[in-house]
Design a protein. Structure first.
Length: 452
């Protein structure tokens, strides 16, 4: 990697169409990388639950993944600000490939010894897979800043929508194929597929060029973990810290689904069918992203984000009120439909109000805070659900009490947690509309947009 920070040239040397082609190539490559890591991560989660039948195990795997992202995101953002974006992406792809190869070797040596929560081989295998998946997150930070370089300001919301649509397409493939792969091929061949896909994405990335990034620019990024620089950049924009903290709260609620959604779904469906259900649901992500790509996020993306969170809360309150397969499928699809607007809104605001040389660290700080929230919830909710709420929901007294509200079924305890989480989400989002911070951040965004 170059030791000097790099940013976009003062003027674009190529036409907008050429820049869009470069962006499309990088986006497609990132989709392959996201597909691969999600494919193996989903497979790991399914496989661990099927081997151990433990909600705690899935909570630890999912929570560990988010916690690792939280610990590493700030460092990822610093590297993105200091080095060429393509160099960061290539290094990320190389490290992920190596990690997945190592995971395959561990499985080859100790596959039969990884059937218990007490097996050190099981947790070593999980840690190596998660390490490869976490490193790939660097590409997401680099992708956000690359979008700023290649896409004009008035089209960035639309471009973020297309990013969401592509992520949804990758999500379909991973969710469907992860379940089918674990069910029919086994974990060994699943790892082989992940290694092949990762290596292919790495090789393709080497062929991509981005002349807009050729000009060296000054940057205040220092070291490998520049928290101070990130905070200074955030504090310079009125209300941006509150926006990031709200997104952090939103991830507190995501931690509930991180810990409990797979166990809930695997009680309703086989592992193969659960993957298909996620794949069907992910078409909502594509539709939602495509709608943003076509229509944008409106004049105030912050308002759009808050409205989206309210709608997500309503969906999460209702999709498990009865233990019905069709209700779960519809709920997941609607959740995926709305989620891109929430994600794209935050991305669009940061890309507009934060200068490019600081964006990597701001995205890294935001990612660290938001990712830290989910595992904290997952680590608390998973044991609470397994030890208390789920047994209560299955007991005679619990079933009788919950039946008028949530119907009958083995997973009524989990449904109760989903309902409570949704209600809290709605309340917090509605309160956010009434705060002075919301008005200040909206005014700042409009002022920057008018000045461009």
């Amino acid at each position: 990697m170059s030791e000097l920070p790099v940013t976009a040239a003062p003027e674009h040397a190529r036409s907008a169409r050429a820049r869009q082609r470069t962006f499309a190539a990088i986006l497609a490559n990132t989709a392959v990388a996201s597909l691969t890591t999600s494919y193996l991560f989903f497979a790991l989660t399914f496989w661990v639950y099927l081997e151990t039948r433990s909600v705690i195990a899935t909570g630890v795997v999912g929570g560990g993944y988010m916690l690792a992202i939280a610990l590493c995101s700030m460092s990822f953002g610093t590297f993105v600000d200091r080095y060429r974006k393509l160099a960061v992406m290539r290094a990320s792809a190389a490290l992920t490939t190596v990690a997945f190869v190592c995971a395959g070797l561990i499985y080859l040596v100790a596959g039969d010894q990884m059937r218990s929560l007490t097996s050190p081989w099981l947790w070593l295998f999980a840690v190596v897979v998660l390490a490869g998946s976490v490193v790939e997150v660097t590409r997401s930070v680099a992708m956000s800043t690359t979008l700023t370089i290649l896409i004009d300001p008035d089209r960035r919301a639309n471009a973020n929508g297309y990013v969401g649509a592509v992520q949804g397409l990758a999500f379909i493939a991973t969710s469907v194929f992860s379940g089918l792969s674990v069910g029919y091929l086994g974990m060994g061949l699943t790892i082989v597929c992940a290694v092949v896909l990762t290596a292919a994405g790495w090789l393709h990335l080497v062929t991509i060029r981005m002349p807009e990034e050729a000009t060296v620019a000054e940057s205040d990024a220092t070291g490998t973990f520049d928290v101070r620089g990130a905070w200074v950049a955030v504090a310079a924009v009125p209300g941006l810290s509150a926006l990031i903290l709200f997104s952090m709260f939103n991830n507190f609620t995501d931690g509930v689904y991180l810990a409990l959604l797979d166990p809930y779904g695997l009680e309703l469906f086989s592992v193969q069918m659960w993957g298909v259900v996620f794949g069907v649901g992910a078409t909502g992500f594509i539709v939602g992203g495509a709608l943003i790509g076509r229509f944008g996020l409106g004049g105030n993306p912050i308002r759009t984000m808050l409205l989206g969170v309210v709608i997500l809360g309503v969906i999460c309150t209702t999709f498990a009120v009865r233990e019905a397969a069709w209700l779960a499928i519809v709920g997941i699809w609607l959740f995926m439909l709305v989620s891109p607007a929430v994600e794209a809104a935050e991305q669009t605001v940061i890309q507009r109000v934060v200068p490019l040389p600081q964006q990597g660290r701001v995205f890294g700080l935001a990612g660290a805070l938001e990712a830290a929230a989910a595992p904290l919830t997952a680590f608390v909710v998973a044991p609470l659900a397994e030890e208390f709420v789920i047994p209560y929901g299955r007991s005679a007294d619990g079933s009788e009490f919950l039946a008028p509200w949530l119907g009958h079924g083995e997973a009524r305890g989990v449904a109760l947690i989903f309902v409570i989480t949704g209600v809290v989400t709605i309340a917090v989002a509605l309160l956010a509309f009434c705060t002075p911070v919301y008005r200040r951040m909206s005014a700042e965004y409009r002022a920057v947009a008018d000045a461009e």
